[in-house]
Design a protein around this ligand. Structure first.
Ligand code: AMP
Length: 190
């Protein structure tokens, strides 16, 4: 199985690139942010629980992620593996993901990080706020999401470097060029 994690700060282009990678490598796309947005839209009990957390730019508690992941992992349906987008975001999530995959005799193949500097991601997020009207894309919330990323998610870089699975790709340029460099990086590691 080919199991990829697309890693990077909010606004680094994970969503766009992971959809393309999912199609190219025939992977099941697991975006926890998309799952939460859909739960909120449908006003499910989970959606109601996480709405205000997400609107503040905080992380949803790890316990809730584990449940969602178990569900999502069961939807492999003939795919060649998974691509995780926006997950894991904490050390605990990364460890739980390793456990869940190993119960399935599987593991993470590679973590590809999109390298984009902070000014650029904040600029992109403010732009997206105008285009998509996401409630968590106001300036105050964006800055909070960046600080949450640095405190809680960036330490995962070391975690995956320790496993020898971490690679970085330059994340600025055209969508096609960035896609090509991620694809080539994945191919050389396969
Ligand atoms: P995203 O679209 O990936 O930026 O996710 C939007 C928001 O959903 C995040 O700012 C968090 O509030 C929440 N979220 C998504 N994925 C996770 C995760 N793995 N752990 C905790 N919260 C998450």
């Amino acid at each position: 199985m080919l199991n990829l994690i697309l890693f990077g700060p909010p606004g680094s282009g994970k969503g766009t690139q992971s959809l393309r990678l999912a199609e190219h490598f025939n992977l099941a796309h697991i975006s926890t942010g998309d799952i939460f947005r859909s739960e909120i839209k449908n006003e499910t009990p989970l959606g109601l629980k996480v709405k205000s957390i997400i609107e503040r730019g905080e992380l949803v508690p790890d316990e809730l992620l584990i449940e969602i992941l178990e569900n999502a992992l069961n939807k492999l349906q003939g795919k060649a593996g998974y691509i995780f987008d926006g997950f894991p975001r904490t050390r605990r999530q990364a460890e739980d993901l390793d456990k869940m995959l190993s119960h399935r005799n599987d593991s993470i193949s590679l973590v590809v990080a999109l390298d984009v500097d902070e000014d650029e991601v904040v600029k992109r997020l403010l732009n997206r706020a105008i285009l998509e009207g996401r409630k968590d894309d106001t300036e105050e919330v964006i800055l909070n999401r960046m600080s949450v990323y640095h405190k809680q998610t960036a330490p995962l870089i070391e975690f995956y470097q320790g496993q020898g699975k971490f690679v970085q790709v330059h994340g600025v340029g055209s969508i096609d060029d960035i896609f090509n460099s991620i694809r080539d990086t994945v191919m050389t590691q396969m």
